[in-house]
Design a protein around this ligand. Structure first.
Ligand code: ATP
Ligand code: MG
Length: 512
């Protein structure tokens, strides 16, 4: 038997070079033959033959310099979406494989940037500095890698924090008709993270450029833009870019989740994403199902939103909270896409156009909204004071129907209605006004103590605006203590109610 090992140094060198070349040759061989041909172009979808080894989501290069990615694989040909410049591609032109799936740059270098779904800057700045590149589609964490949702996301919006608490790692759908304040709820939540440790990713899909600009401007004016990332595929972007946008956003947010940090992603909105998916599917001639959406639309959104998770301590305990947005038509929650999304998520904030028109903003429909996992994550101090509100408000809404037409004789019922009306006014909140947990606790403690019963709507609004400053000045210790997860002692609760009472007294004096 001959020894395969080389006899001397020179032979060793030659052996190494040869084997390297052999290796290189095998690696290059498939790519060398991976040139396909465009068979048909339909809008932004091209049908390509001659690339049998192409993978799903693999990036393809066209001869004219355009890029696309593989959307579906058939036995004889593949369908690819062209990401830009689709109109210049013609049947017969050459296509080459790259061997790489669509990827997104991720890392702290993305913070504060506005990028498109391939990570190219849209803010006129330098190319982003990537710490790593992540594929757009990644498997969601397995059950064993997850932990229970146990910490609160402070949205700064009273009605959400008290009645529909959001937990870190939760998926909460924001759903409502056109122009009912869906984006506003999400953006106010992002703005409220100015004082938290949560990194925010805002994904805009198929929106007008001016609407996206307004969101970015609002965050720059009121929030912490240096801890936000905007992924934008506006209405003018190609359907392919719009299609990958939420996946790109998820990959960026996962970077923080996987490093034991906390992230929040807003996807604005998935109704438009579903429409884009339908458009692409009809062009690739997939069989259409209900409302002409292809059958895999549920799976598409489920695998996207499953990536939001609270990770176990062993994996660093990071979290990714998702706030997908969906639009309804005439309040119809039982349409196909809304029901899909409601069943994928852990709850929904339903915005009602009638409430919005009646100036009850944020127009949260308290009867239809729900947060399925957030209740356990609510701060103990906030839970202490918000339990009664929930009951009082529900009773009031029922009573209101019965008492609408007649005078109320019973004093007990009268008191309940008065209290309910104050709660309703308290839940009205202008945009960009973030309430800290301590402000919310003080307001609710005062409400439960009957301090607000005698105040008019304008006084309540003024009270809310002046409260944070008043508490900072009069009760700095309580403000500091309640910023953490501290429990609420009865004495502190009474002090907070007294502080509000004192402030309310000055308001009335000012008025008279
Ligand atoms: P679209 O369907 O167009 O995406 P939308 O549901 O996202 O709309 P927004 O754009 O958030 O709605 O809000 C619609 C309008 O309502 C905006 O002009 C916004 O300033 C106003 N608005 C939203 N929330 C409030 C609020 N809490 N107080 C006062 N105005 C509000
Ligand atoms: Mg919107």
């Amino acid at each position: 038997m001959t020894d395969p090992r080389p006899a001397n140094d020179e032979a060793a060198e030659r052996w190494l070079t040869e084997s390297r070349q052999r290796l290189l040759h095998t690696a290059l061989a498939p790519e060398a033959v991976s040139i396909g041909r465009v068979e048909r172009v339909a809008d932004t979808i091209v049908r390509v033959s001659g690339l049998p080894e192409a993978r799903l989501n693999e990036i393809l290069h066209f001869d004219g310099g355009q890029t696309g990615f593989v959307l579906s694989l058939d036995a004889h040909a593949i369908s690819a979406v062209v990401l830009d410049g689709a109109t210049t591609i013609q049947a017969g032109s050459r296509v080459s494989r790259t061997g790489a799936v669509a990827q997104m740059p991720v890392g702290p270098g993305m913070l504060g940037r506005v990028v498109d779904p391939l990570g190219r800057p849209l803010d006129g700045g330098q190319p982003v500095v990537a710490e790593a590149w992540q594929p757009l589609e990644r498997p969601a964490p397995a059950i064993i890698q997850r932990d229970m949702v146990s910490q609160q996301v402070d949205t700064g919006i009273l009605v959400i924090d008290t009645l529909f608490t959001l937990g870190r790692g939760q998926r909460e759908l924001i759903i409502g008709d056109r122009a009912t304040g869906k984006t506003s709820v999400a953006v106010d939540t992002i703005i409220a993270q100015k004082t938290s440790d949560i990194t925010c990713v805002y994904v805009a899909i198929g929106q007008r450029a001016t609407a996206v600009e307004r969101v970015i401007e609002a965050v720059h004016q009121h929030g912490a833009p240096e801890r936000c990332i905007f992924v934008v595929a506006s209405a003018a972007a190609s359907p392919g870019l719009q299609w990958i946008a939420p996946f790109a956003g998820m990959s960026i947010a996962e970077y923080f989740r996987d490093r034991g940090q906390h992230a929040l992603i807003v996807i604005d909105d998935l109704t438009k994403h579903a429409a884009t998916h339908r458009e692409l599917a009809l062009l690739t001639r997939e069989p259409a199902g209900r409302e002409a959406y292809p059958g895999d639309i549920f799976y598409l959104h489920a695998r996207l939103l499953e990536r939001a998770a609270k990770l176990s301590d062993k994996l660093g305990g990071g979290s990714l909270t998702a706030l997908p947005i969906a639009e309804t038509d005439a309040g119809n929650l039982s349409a196909y896409i809304p029901t899909n999304l409601i069943s994928i998520t852990d709850g929904q904030i339903v915005l009602n156009s009638q409430l919005f028109a009646a100036n009850q903003r944020p127009a949260v429909d308290v009867g239809l909204s729900v947060s399925r996992v957030g209740g356990k994550a609510q701060r103990p101090a906030l839970r202490h004071v918000s339990g009664k509100i929930r009951l009082d408000y529900a009773q009031f809404l029922e009573l209101e129907m019965f008492t609408r037409f007649g005078g109320i004789a019973d004093t007990r019922v009268k008191a309940q209605v008065t209290r309910g009306e104050r709660i309703r006014r308290l839940l009205q909140q202008p945009r960009f006004v973030t309430l800290r947990p301590v402000d919310q606790i003080a307001l609710l403690a005062a409400l439960n103590a009957g301090v607000l019963d005698a105040l008019s709507a304008t006084s309540i609004a003024e009270l809310r605006a002046r409260l944070p400053g008043h508490l900072d000045a009069t009760m700095p210790d309580a403000v500091k203590a309640l910023a953490s997860d501290a429990v609420l002692h009865d004495a502190v609760r009474e002090q907070l109610a007294d502080a509000v009472r004192g402030l309310a007294g000055t308001l009335r004096e000012n008025r008279s």
